[in-house]
Each structure stands twice: as C-alpha cells, then as structure tokens.
Ligand binder design. Sequence first.
Ligand SMILES: Nc1ncnc2c1ncn2[C@@H]1O[C@H](COP(=O)(O)OP(=O)(O)OP(=O)(O)O)[C@@H](O)[C@H]1O
Ligand SMILES: CC(C)(CO)[C@@H](O)C(=O)[O-]
Ligand code: BAL
Length: 289
Amino acid sequence: MEIVKTIEGLRRKLYPRRSGRIGLVPTMGYLHEGHLSLIRQAVQECDTVVVSVFVNPLQFGPGEDFDRYPRDPERDAEQVKETGAEFLFAPDAQEMYPRSPLTRVTVSGLTDSLCGMSRPGHFDGVATVVTQLFHIVGPDRAYFGQKDAQQAVVIRRMAEDLHFPLRVIVCPTVREKDGLAMSSRNIYLSPEERKQATVLYRSLSEAAERKSRGDFNRASEAVRWIEDQIRAQPLAEIDYVEVLSYPELEPVEEIGDRCVIAAVAVRFGQTRLIDNMIFSEEETECFVP
Ligand SMILES: Nc1ncnc2c1ncn2[C@@H]1O[C@H](COP(=O)(O)OP(=O)(O)OP(=O)(O)O)[C@@H](O)[C@H]1O
Ligand SMILES: CC(C)(CO)[C@@H](O)C(=O)[O-]
Ligand code: BAL
C-alpha cells in the first residue's frame, strides 16, 4: 500500500493501471468497520483500489466540527494496508484547494430535505469534492455507505447528470452489536449519551416492523411514533425525523406499498448522529445497490 499526497503523483501512479478496473472509496478518515466494509468490497470487485482520506472543509458549516473532527492518519494507513487496497490518497487542503474555490457543484431537489435542509451548503461541499475526486482518480466504481443515504442518492444523481463513466455502489450500514450505526463521530459520545444513542436504530427498526404489521398508514404517524421514542431519551435532541419516498426523497402522505425511507438526525450534546431505514415489504426491492 502506498500513501500518495499529490494529485499529480496519484495520476501518474494510476496511468499504467487504467486497463484494469479502478475502485474509489472516498472517506474523511478515522476509519472504522463501516469504511473497511466499503474498502473490502472494492478490493473484491476492482483491480486497483484508491481510498481517499480528506476532511473536506467545504462541506462543514460555520460552527460545525471541522476543527475537532477526529483524525488518526497512522492508524488509518495501518487499516487500509490490511484491506489490500493499493493507494491511500491523503491530500492536504492546500493540494485540493490551492485557491479559495469559486466553483461549486449543486444537486438541487434531492438536497431540499434531511441533512440538505439542516446543514445548508453541506451537499454543495460534498458534491464538489466528490467531483474533484472523480476527476483525479477516474474510477470505474465508487463506493458509498447507506448510512449516509441522502449523500448516496445525491452522488448517484450527480454522476448520472454529469455523465461520469462510473458506477456508484451503495453498501449496507455496518452497526455495533447494539445496533448503533458505526460513525467516526461516535467517539464524541459520553458513556450515558452512547447508551441513549441506541434509540436511533431501535426506533427505526421497530417502526419498520410496525409499518409491516399495518400500524402506520400515514407517514406522519410513523414520524410521530419515532419522535416519541427518541424524546423518551433525556439527552436526545431531535434535529429531524422524516419519512420520504425513496430514492426520490419527496414528501409522502400515505405510505401504502410504496418504498419509503425513515431518516433521523439527533443531537446528543455536541454530537449529531444520523441513521435511516428503508421501509418496504422486501427491503431489497427498492434498494438499488
Ligand atoms: N456504519 C457505516 N456503514 C457503512 N458505511 C459507512 C458507515 N459509516 C460511514 N460509512 C460510509 O463511509 C464513507 C465515508 O464516511 P465518513 O468518513 O464521513 O465516515 P463516518 O463514520 O460517516 O463519519 P461521520 O462521523 O462524518 O458520520 C461514506 O460513504 C459513508 O456513508
Ligand atoms: C463522501 C465524503 C468523503 C466527501 O467528503 C464525505 O462526505 C463522507 O465521508 O461521507
Ligand atoms: N459522512 C458525512 C460527512 C459529514 O458529516 O460531513
């Protein structure tokens, strides 16, 4: 495994490998099993795998946690090495943004709800840096996690709209034993917050069961039920709970047989966690990997 810090250096290394399939796994580092599952899938499916680690300042709003975002480059490198990925692309901000960028990539519509609504400008930052990475690496496949469901939908649509010649692969959410979705931000949680944070997965999975039993006909009923579960945890502060059509991410009134996603963002102190679950009779029916 080789660590590459410059765009030119990576392009030069990838040039002789272009006859094979190149896979890209974009991350912000502080790697955990969720990231590693994406990397392992990429290694299985591709001839050359590039893992990028870059904490992208463009996707953090003022007052968000850019400065204190967890970083551990040595441990990341060790972990990437064990997966069999060939390159770890770890540029600094000066390399990615030598000048303050005047260009943004905006995906409209899909970003009007959920994190797009609660983190203004966030998805412009994500779409812009992912466009840069797609141009730098020129992958045949790019791997993203379902934990960031809206991000996956946005990137897939951006890749289609801009005719990037690649497949966006979305991998299932990897969870801790008690159901909490793995996230680099979980380390911010105090022991009591960590305990209460299990309400995200618990409320989403119980809501999915209730929906399949026919308990909820309207999206608003499911939203209210999930909100009640989360509010029962004294340290939880709801940012949003929404039930939307999936993958269109449009408001729905009746759930019926349609494929919907229940998505939540909840703060525990300074820590904002997200999770989601797709409700359908056959979950795979509307999950387009
Ligand atoms: N638990 C998980 N299961 C599957 N994929 C994941 C998981 N956590 C993160 N990913 C995916 O890994 C990629 C990089 O994510 P990122 O580096 O932001 O990690 P993160 O743990 O989500 O961090 P954050 O604290 O920002 O939520 C994204 O495509 C993301 O969806
Ligand atoms: C895709 C990504 C690496 C872009 O910075 C980031 O949003 C993330 O880690 O999910
Ligand atoms: N995984 C999404 C990156 C972010 O929260 O900025």
